[in-house]
Design a protein around this ligand. Structure first.
Ligand code: GUN
Length: 299
């Protein structure tokens, strides 16, 4: 049996970041200022701190302005909403990202709803979810848009292909299904209550796994030659003597390599795409916010 091709998200993301850097330079030349991304972190969740640091570094590396706002874990909702409002009207800020999850006393939906849809580079605001649902241009959540870029790069036209998305979150599963539908795939969303998940997955030319359960999707479930996009990032329990477990996806990668046509690795597949697409959304926001046409070749 031949081995699946590895879809190198890290290399694709590096190329995308380079293109975004070129577009950011064009934006600066046209507008006289740098595109700006504001990132708000409430509290000290260690994983969120790592993400926010990476976003800051990548933003600066792409020639954009990064505005970081770190607030204490006991910040009130009123104070957080006031900061969001201040960023909404700040002309130096093109994109606003409030890092999730928020501490329990803060209402995530209320905070997302307060972000101006034109600065919502995460694509989480109901206005942007609605725009995606009815086919208007807006902002699309970064992870599913990154998955779509990898899929079209690998497969070209997706018309008529059977796609199964496992997971129905607002951040990945639902927007992913809509993007696939827009690309004329035949789309099924599977989830924890789906009967005969292996049977559903077996039909799929494209599998997008976004459930957050380590190695749940088995090699035997896959159709020969399927393209597999693994959004999961799960840490296994540490092996004896080790202080950290291995990172794995939602798909049994080693097994799937013998059946799939192509597959994203974890790490190095979908993960690096998310930040690259965030930068892409921010530079697009900057052009739109200044009323400028997007440069040729914007993806
Ligand atoms: N937490 C983990 N991923 C994300 C993301 O893409 N956006 C936001 N705002 N928070 C996150």
């Amino acid at each position: 049996m031949s081995e699946a091709q590895v879809i190198d998200g890290k290399a694709f993301a590096a190329k995308l970041r380079e293109r975004v850097g070129e577009q950011a330079a064009k934006f600066e030349a046209a507008s006289g200022r740098k595109a700006g991304l504001a990132v708000v972190l409430v509290g000290e969740d260690p994983a969120s701190q790592v993400y926010v640091r990476s976003k800051h570094k990548a933003t600066v590396a792409a020639g954009m302005e990064s505005f970081e706002h770190r607030l204490p874990a006991d910040t009130s909702e009123a104070d957080l909403l006031a900061l969001v409002e201040q960023l909404n009207v700040d002309p130096a800020v093109d994109g606003i990202l409030v890092q999730l999850p928020l501490p329990d006393h803060l209402d995530e939906q209320a905070v997302i709803a307060a972000i101006s849809p034109d600065k919502d580079v995460d694509g989480f605001h109901v206005t942007n979810a609605g725009r995606l649902a009815v086919g208007q241009s807006g902002f699309v959540p970064c992870t599913p848009l990154g998955c779509m870029m990898l899929l079209t790069d690998r497969l070209g036209d997706l018309s008529g292909l059977e796609a199964v998305v496992i997971g129905r979150s607002n951040i990945v599963g639902k927007p992913m299904a809509q993007l696939l539908l827009d690309a004329n795939a035949t789309v099924t969303i599977a989830h924890s209550r789906t009967k005969d998940l292996p049977g559903v997955v077996k039909r799929a030319d494209i599998v997008v796994a976004a459930v957050g359960r380590a190695e749940m999707v088995k090699a035997e479930w896959l159709k020969d030659g399927a393209t597999v996009i693994d959004v999961g990032i799960n840490r296994l329990p540490p092996a004896e003597g080790a202080d950290k477990g291995r990172l794995v996806g939602d798909v049994d990668y080693a097994g799937a390599q013998g059946v799939a046509g192509a597959i994203t690795p974890v790490p190095g597949g979908v993960g690096p795409m998310t930040i690259a697409v965030l930068l892409r959304n921010t530079v697009v926001a900057a052009f739109r916010n200044e009323g400028l046409d997007l440069p040729e070749g914007t993806i």
